[in-house]
Write a protein that binds this ligand. Structure first.
Ligand code: HEC
Length: 132
């Protein structure tokens, strides 16, 4: 009886696993331009000095929300010209606009640092704009 129950559970659960779709929830769509910009970001090793969501190198500021905080024109000018502490990496105008598009894409994925959050009773952190 017990064996039969376990066996049936196994059969039905396996059938369910093999037939259920494996689609995952998608985040925001990424444009071709932003995808090229991601390549640029990797090629020029921007993450050696910059962070997304607090992860990366710590010589420069976090870039997660740089586009909504400072604007695309500001970021583009910064990348094209460099400053005393950020090197001018010699990106072409096209690479610059692609990487700015990528930064814009990253900006749409969330906010860092989380501004308003509360801790749920089971210990995870919930941002105010998260679905409940
Ligand atoms: C050698 C380290 C280094 C590398 C590599 C680097 N940056 Fe920076 N970046 C900095 C520093 C330091 C600053 C702050 C400079 C300042 O305020 O004068 C900065 C500032 C910026 C800013 C302005 C941010 C703000 O909030 O003011 C942007 C945008 C930016 N970098 C983008 C990039 C991109 C895109 C790349 C790759 C193509 C890159 N950086 C590579 C060091 C770096």
């Amino acid at each position: 009886m017990i064996f039969g129950t376990l066996f049936l559970s196994f059969v039905f659960y396996s059938a369910y696993i093999y037939t259920a779709g494996t689609e995952v929830a998608h985040g925001p769509e990424i444009s071709d331009e932003a995808r090229r910009g991601q390549q640029v970001y990797q090629e020029y090793n921007c993450m050696a000095c910059h962070q997304f969501y607090g992860l990366g190198g710590y010589m420069g500021p976090d870039l997660t929300n740089v586009i909504s905080n400072r604007g695309a024109a500001y970021a583009g000018a910064f990348i094209a010209a460099g400053t005393a502490t950020m090197p001018n990496l010699g990106l072409s105008p096209e690479e610059t606009s692609d990487v700015v598009a990528f930064l814009g894409f990253v900006d749409t994925t969330g906010t860092y640092p989380p501004k308003n959050y509360d801790v749920t009773w089971y210990g995870t952190v919930r941002q105010e704009d998260d679905p409940q």
